[in-house]
Design a protein around this ligand. Structure first.
Ligand code: SF4
Ligand code: SF4
Length: 192
């Protein structure tokens, strides 16, 4: 697809915002494409990581902030480890999610992706590791999809892939401490 870049599409303040939040510099990216080539989710993204990096370099806020790519990113860090310029692309994706959240922008493909991400983190915070039954239950309740994946539960129970109770409660506090430390660090950096 050929892009026509207009002056009004370029927002240097957006580029600066992402750079400050992520701590990464886009100027180093020379568009080699290794990040997109190694991304396991690129097939489902509207713009691959390489294109997102180019848009960020140019400050093309609308293209980036309305893209589903940051929401689909699984934070696997394959792109980060492959980048010859040592840019932490996964961190950039994190920053883009934070900015989208600040602006109240939800993923186009499925607005509940943002809800799932929030519930996932709060589940991890409370139980020390993911308690799947609680995660699915809360997500189904809050998204209004009450019976989503309900039929898969019996087989998962039988294969011991779904526990009735959360794991070791003695480890819960440690993970909460990690969350608290991260929040303090983010406060210091002015992040949400
Ligand atoms: S791997 Fe690094 S240098 Fe190459 S396109 Fe991606 S961000 Fe840019
Ligand atoms: S961290 Fe995100 S963008 Fe990077 S390779 Fe993994 S899924 Fe793709």
């Amino acid at each position: 697809m050929k892009w026509e870049i207009k002056t009004e599409d370029i927002h240097t303040s957006f580029r600066d915002e992402v750079e400050e939040l992520s701590g990464e510099s886009f100027g180093a990216c020379y568009q080699c494409g290794k990040c997109s080539a190694g991304c396991p989710i690129a097939f489902a993204m509207d713009h691959g990581p390489t294109k997102i990096m180019r848009f960020c370099q140019l400050g093309m806020e609308d293209e980036v902030i309305n893209s589903d790519t940051p929401w689909l990113c699984a934070s696997c860090q394959a792109c980060t480890t492959r980048c010859p310029r040592e840019i932490d692309i996964a961190e950039v994706m994190d920053a883009l999610r934070i900015i989208a959240k600040r602006r109240g922008i939800k993923p186009r493909t499925d607005p509940d992706i943002a809800l799932f991400a929030e519930i996932f983190l709060s589940n991890l915070r409370w139980f020390g590791r993911i308690y799947e039954l609680g995660l699915v239950g809360e997500f189904n309740l809050l998204s209004g999809r009450f019976f989503k994946d309900f039929g898969k539960a019996p087989a998962m129970f039988l294969k011991r892939k779904l526990a009735l109770l959360p794991s070791n409660p003695f480890k819960w506090g440690k993970v909460r401490e990690i969350f608290k430390k991260c929040e303090k660090m983010k406060e210091g950096e002015g992040r949400e």
